[in-house]
Design a protein around this ligand. Structure first.
Ligand SMILES: Nc1ncnc2c1ncn2[C@@H]1O[C@H](COP(=O)(O)OP(=O)(O)OP(=O)(O)O)[C@@H](O)[C@H]1O
Length: 360
């Protein structure tokens, strides 16, 4: 799959801009703040209908404008696909494929597979468990629409159960039968989600370890461990044993919406004991494993976006990363960097076909 061209209208700092891309490598170079990351984010928008960096739609519209439009022309399985994302202040965002608007954004997820590696990924290490669940769910959803649908239903059932718990507390009442309906739903949907996450991690973890060792030349032991209360007990039983707690808290305190992924280096949490370079290598290995997993599942080469990836990494690690990208037989690559020469030297090693976009 290739993104052939991109049009931006009032998207962040771009008033009106067109790009015709190379089918292999595109380098976006320029000083801090010229909009390199914004271009990557516009491409991300076309795949996911939202920004990777800023979830507030109105803040992605250029200051003093009322709307933005991002348009991409793709070539996918020998067909041309035109995708447009547009947003007006105060209105719902619209995603269109070949002129037809989607009813729900989730239908579009996975159609244009994409992996982004960015400094913002460090949230995966530093932030709470929700970020890591989103990562797992995002990877699985890009190649499994059914999973995404199950997840959305589960999330809705959790909200409804929480609303019911609040209602019970506010009205000093309790109705076991109504609660049981939600418990059953959560149990059924949660078991599917748990099984899929486990299945995913069984395939994903070895790929991740292999990528990490390739980047670091293998002196450090790292691990990914899926943590879920469903490991030992089914969700129906857990919901029953947590009933008093849930009633007191007025929300559902147990279920797959509380799962986590533990990251360790030499058996210690990487958040506390990993150096900046080790953390960065860990995150890049995660993302390259994501790339490989999606490619295996969807049989499509995802677009790969590298945002400021070379910063703070020594030359050997940069070389290893680029070699890995090359070995993975990547499809189309977008790289943002402040150093035009550094980028050009690196990309020349893996492809004769590339374009440099010098932004100012
Ligand atoms: N809604 C908006 N309207 C106008 N400008 C915006 C908007 N949102 C962000 N910007 C501008 O976009 C610029 C940042 O762009 P971006 O993050 O893409 O820079 P960059 O080239 O990647 O920089 P760096 O090298 O520092 O990462 C800033 O100048 C910021 O003010």
């Amino acid at each position: 799959m290739i993104l052939k061209s991109l049009v931006l209208l009032n998207y962040k700092n771009f008033e009106s801009r067109n790009f015709d891309f190379d089918e292999k490598i595109n380098c976006l170079v320029g000083n801090n703040g010229v909009g390199k990351t914004n271009i990557l984010d516009a491409i991300y928008h076309l795949s996911f209908g939202k920004s990777y960096f800023n979830p507030i739609t109105s803040q992605n519209i250029r200051h003093d404008s009322d709307f933005f439009v991002v348009e991409g022309i793709y070539e996918k399985q020998e067909r041309e696909e035109k995708v447009i994302v547009s947003a007006k202040r105060g209105q719902k965002k619209v995603i269109k494929r070949n002129g037809k608007a989607y009813d729900t954004f989730s239908e579009h997820i996975g159609f244009l597979p994409l992996v982004i590696i960015s400094p913002a990924d460090r949230d995966l290490i530093t932030e709470g468990s929700e970020t890591r669940r989103k990562f797992i769910d995002g990877v699985i959803s890009q190649s499994d629409q059914g999973y995404l649908t199950t997840l959305l239903k589960y999330t809705k059932a959790v909200s409804q159960r929480n609303a019911l718990l609040k209602y019970f507390a506010a009205n000093h009442t309790f109705d076991q039968d109504t609660l049981a309906v939600y418990n059953e739903q959560l149990h059924e949907l949660g078991s599917v989600i748990y099984a899929k996450r486990k299945e995913f991690l069984a395939v994903f973890t070895p790929i991740f370890l292999e990528r990490y060792h390739a980047i670091t030349s293998g002196n450090e032991e790292v691990s990914l461990t899926y943590q879920s209360k469903l490991e030992h007990t089914d969700l129906l039983t857990l919901l029953q044993t947590h009933l008093e707690k849930d009633r007191a808290l007025q929300y559902t305190s147990v279920g797959v919406h509380k799962d986590d992924l533990a990251f360790t280096i030499n058996e210690h949490p990487i958040k506390k004991f990993g150096s900046q370079g080790q953390q960065k290598s860990f995150l890049i290995a995660l993302k390259l494993a994501q790339f490989e997993f999606i490619k295996m599942q969807s049989k499509v080469n995802p677009l790969l976006l590298l945002d400021d990836v070379f910063d703070k990494l020594d030359e050997t690690r940069v070389e290893h990363i680029i070699k890995l990208v090359d070995d993975q037989n990547f499809g189309q690559l977008f790289i943002s960097d402040t150093h035009a020469d550094r980028t050009e030297n690196v990309v020349k090693k893996i492809s004769q076909s590339y374009k440099m976009f010098k932004l100012s």
